[in-house]
Design a protein around this ligand. Structure first.
Ligand code: NAD
Length: 284
């Protein structure tokens, strides 16, 4: 019996924040595994947040999906806006026919002290990271339930939290709170959706190796405010958080591997799980 991932071929996947970074990595891997993939992303920056995706980046991911011989769909929406999310999900449902797997990956972070927290940043982080995932679930879950009631396979939701939920982090309180919220949503949704055979799980990535352009942008973006080069910021966060030694540094591929596992039939009975992929950060 093979341990290869089962049941991904032919599935339709929606990934938020798929224009760049980890979301684009997940999109490429799903397409290579035989899935049709839609990426939902913003195509402009948010005030006081480092550069996000652009229309060209979203188109690049769609091209990468199509180069695997699969259908790729790119839709733009600001996750902070429920009406935009609804319109984008409707368009994906129309163009792909259905959504089997949702990956709530999009997210932003910023460094702020508690007493000098910028109001626009506080709202942007909570609204993008937490409310955005709720809006996406609101409009993707009903068709999954509908398919279950028709006797078909229903669906899977994979939320991207962060290993910050297992350790304290100064100057990231809005981000940390949003990711604790994602963990809460994961267990609440797992309870509510189990009767419809929908699996809901969360992954908690450790600090991910950054890169410019379409690489992982979070540490790249925060490094500016830390006044250090991105790879130095990555090393600083990783050496504080992870187990000691270079083996315990995290890359996008480590997260992509877990996303695909949770989306596969191999993870059939896993639900409500909060899974660290973090070089040991949450164990410390
Ligand atoms: N990079 C890390 O070290 C790290 C560690 C733990 C968890 N995470 C989480 O992993 C996920 C991906 O991180 P990444 O490093 O790939 O970041 P990234 O900045 O490279 O990508 C984030 C994506 O989310 C999109 N996005 C942000 N706000 C949006 C909004 N309001 N509406 C629509 N799209 C929006 C961006 O355009 C971008 O495509 C995030 O949820 C992040 O919190 C990252």
């Amino acid at each position: 019996m093979s341990a290869a991932l089962r049941g991904l071929e032919g599935k339709c996947v929606l990934i938020t924040g798929g224009g760049k970074g980890q979301g684009a990595s997940h999109a490429r891997a799903f397409a290579a595994a035989g899935c049709n993939v839609a990426v939902l992303d913003i195509d402009h920056d948010i005030t006081n947040i480092y550069p996000l995706s652009t229309r060209e980046m979203i188109a690049e991911t769609v091209k990468e999906i199509e180069s695997c011989g699969r259908q790729g769909v790119g839709v733009t929406a600001d996750l902070r806006d429920e009406a935009q999310v609804k319109a984008a999900v409707d368009e994906v449902l129309e163009r792909l026919g259905r959504i089997d797997i949702v990956v709530n990956n999009a997210g932003i972070a910023a460094l702020d002290t508690i007493h000098d927290m910028r109001s626009d940043v506080l709202h942007a982080v909570i609204d993008s990271n937490l409310k955005g995932a709720m809006f996406v679930a609101k409009y993707t879950v009903a068709p999954m339930i509908g398919r279950y009631l028709n006797g078909e396979e229903s669906g899977k939701i994979i939320n991207i939290a962060s290993a910050v939920v297992g350790s304290g982090h100064a100057m990231l309180s809005h981000y940390v709170a949003s990711k604790h919220g994602i963990v809460g949503l994961t267990s609440a949704w797992a309870m509510e959706l189990s009767e419809f055979n929908i699996n809901v799980n969360a992954i908690c990535p450790g600090t991910i190796e950054p890169a410019p352009g379409r690489g992982s942008g979070m540490v790249q973006g925060l490094s500016g405010a830390m006044d250090m080069p991105p790879l130095e910021a990555y090393e600083t966060f990783s050496s504080q958080g992870n187990m000691p030694g270079s083996k315990w540094r995290c890359t996008m591929q480590d997260i992509t591997d877990m996303v695909l596992f949770l989306a596969s039939d191999n993870a059939r009975v896993i639900t409500g799980a909060i899974i660290p992929v973090d070089g040991g950060q949450m164990a410390k």
